[in-house]
Design a protein. Structure first.
Length: 366
C-alpha cells in the first residue's frame, strides 16, 4: 500500500461543503456593510462548525501520510514536511496579508488601532492570537484557523514519530483538549477569561480526532465496521443537514466542537474509505470546488469588503440575493485564478519534497 499513490475519494466534496458554508455564513453576517438586513443564516453558527470540519479533515490527511511515511522509511523527515506545508499554505496566506495592507493604505477596507501589533501576529502565523485580542483585521479574520493549523503542525510530526500507541495517544489528546476547556470554563472564567477563550479557539484536539480517524483507516481497525454501518452514516448526515438548515448540535459552547466533529469524522471516513458509502461526493463539481476551497476560504472576506466599498461608492441598489450572487461569483473566480496561476507553481514545487505520494487531483491541501 505504501508504494502506491494515496488517494481518498470524495474529500474534495467535504472541502467544498465546508468552504461554501463559511463563505455564505460570512456574507450574511457582513451584509450590514451593504445596509441590508440579515437573513440570519450566520446565526446558525455553522461557519464555526465548518471550520471544525476543515480541522478534522486536516488532521486525518496529515496524520495518515505521516503514518505511511514512518512505516515506509522508519522515521519522519521534518524538513521536507515543513517545506511541503510552507509551499501549500504560505503563498496565499501572505498574499492575503499584502492585499489587506494595500487596501488599508488606500482606505478601501477598515483598519484597527493596533495595526502594527496585529500585523506582527499575522506575519508570525499567530492570527488566532490577534483574533483573541480583538485586534484582528476584518478582511483576513478567517486566517485565525490557519494560525491554529500551523501551530498544530509544529508539534504533530514529532508526536507521530515518537508515538507507538497511536489509538491511545490520539484519543487521549482529543479528550484532554475537551477536559482542559471544561476545567478552564469552571475555574478560570471569572479570573482569566482570555485563557478560556484561547482554549476554546485553540482546537488542535479536533485535528487529533482526525488523526485518530487516520489511524483507524491505516490499521483497518475493527471499529470501522461500526462507523461504516448504514444507520451510523444516516445519523451523521442527518446531523449535518440539520446543522445547515437549522442549527448545529449545541450542548455547551466548550464541548460543541468535539460533539459535532465526531459526526464530521464519521462522514469523512465513510466518504473516503467505505465502498458502501450511502453518499458519494466524488464528482467533477465537488472536485472543482474542493480544489478551489483554500482560495474560497482565504479570499472571501476581502472580496466582501471590496464589494461593499464599490457598492457604496457607486450608489448601487441591489437586493440581498443579488449581492450574495456577486460575492460568491467573484470569490470563485478569484479562487480559480489563484489556484491556476498562483498556487499551482508552488504545488508543483511541493511534489519534489513528497516522500509519500498523494494525488494533487484530490489531496491538493496536503
Amino acid at each position: 500500500m505504501e508504494s502506491k499513490t494515496i488517494y481518498f475519494k470524495g474529500l474534495n466534496g467535504i472541502r467544498a461543503i465546508a468552504a461554501i458554508l463559511v463563505m455564505v455564513c460570512h456574507i450574511d453576517q457582513q451584509i450590514e456593510l451593504f445596509f441590508l438586513p440579515h437573513k440570519n443564516i450566520h446565526a446558525t453558527g455553522m461557519a464555526v462548525r465548518a471550520v471544525d470540519m476543515f480541522f478534522v479533515l486536516s488532521g486525518f490527511l496529515i496524520t495518515y501520510l505521516l503514518l505511511v511515511e514512518k512505516n515506509k522509511t522508519g522515521t519522519i523527515n521534518f524538513k521536507k514536511f515543513y517545506i511541503r506545508r510552507l509551499l501549500r499554505i504560505w503563498p496565499v496566506y501572505y498574499l492575503c496579508i499584502v492585499i489587506t495592507v494595500i487596501l488599508i493604505y488606500f482606505n478601501i477596507v477598515p483598519s484597527v488601532n493596533n495595526l502594527t501589533t496585529s500585523l506582527l501576529f499575522y506575519i508570525f502565523l499567530m492570527a488566532n492570537i490577534s483574533y483573541l485580542l480583538r485586534i484582528n483585521l476584518p478582511t483576513i479574520t478567517p486566517l485565525w484557523s490557519v494560525g491554529v493549523e500551523e501551530q498544530f503542525y509544529l508539534i504533530w510530526p514529532y508526536i507521530v514519530k515518537k508515538t507507538k500507541k497511536y489509538f491511545l495517544f490520539f484519543g487521549a489528546f482529543f479528550v484532554l483538549g475537551c477536559a482542559l476547556r471544561i476545567g478552564a470554563r469552571y475555574t478560570l472564567n471569572e479570573v482569566a477569561p482570555i485563557i478560556v477563550e484561547f482554549l476554546y479557539s485553540f482546537r488542535i484536539n479536533i485535528m487529533a480526532l482526525g488523526a485518530l480517524g487516520a489511524y483507524l483507516v491505516y490499521s483497518n481497525h475493527s471499529i470501522l465496521t461500526i462507523i461504516f454501518r448504514r444507520e451510523v452514516q444516516l445519523i451523521a448526515w442527518a446531523v449535518l443537514l440539520f446543522s445547515i438548515i437549522y442549527h448545529p448540535i449545541h450542548i455547551r459552547t466548550y464541548v460543541d466542537s468535539e460533539i459535532n466533529s465526531l459526526f464530521y469524522l464519521t462522514i469523512i471516513l465513510n466518504v473516503a474509505c467505505n465502498p458502501k458509502t450511502i453518499f458519494s461526493l466524488e464528482n467533477k463539481v465537488f472536485n472543482f470546488f474542493g480544489r478551489m476551497s483554500y482560495g474560497i476560504y482565504m479570499y472571501h472576506m476581502i472580496i466582501i469588503y471590496v464589494c461593499s466599498h464599490i457598492y457604496l461608492a457607486t450608489n448601487m441598489a441591489l437586493n440581498y440575493y443579488a449581492i450574495l450572487f456577486v460575492i460568491v461569483f467573484v470569490t470563485i473566480i478569484s479562487a480559480y485564478m489563484s489556484y491556476v496561476y498562483f498556487e499551482t507553481p508552488f504545488l508543483r514545487m511541493k511534489k519534489k519534497f513528497m516522500i509519500v505520494k498523494s494525488t494533487s487531483k484530490q489531496n491538493s491541501d496536503v
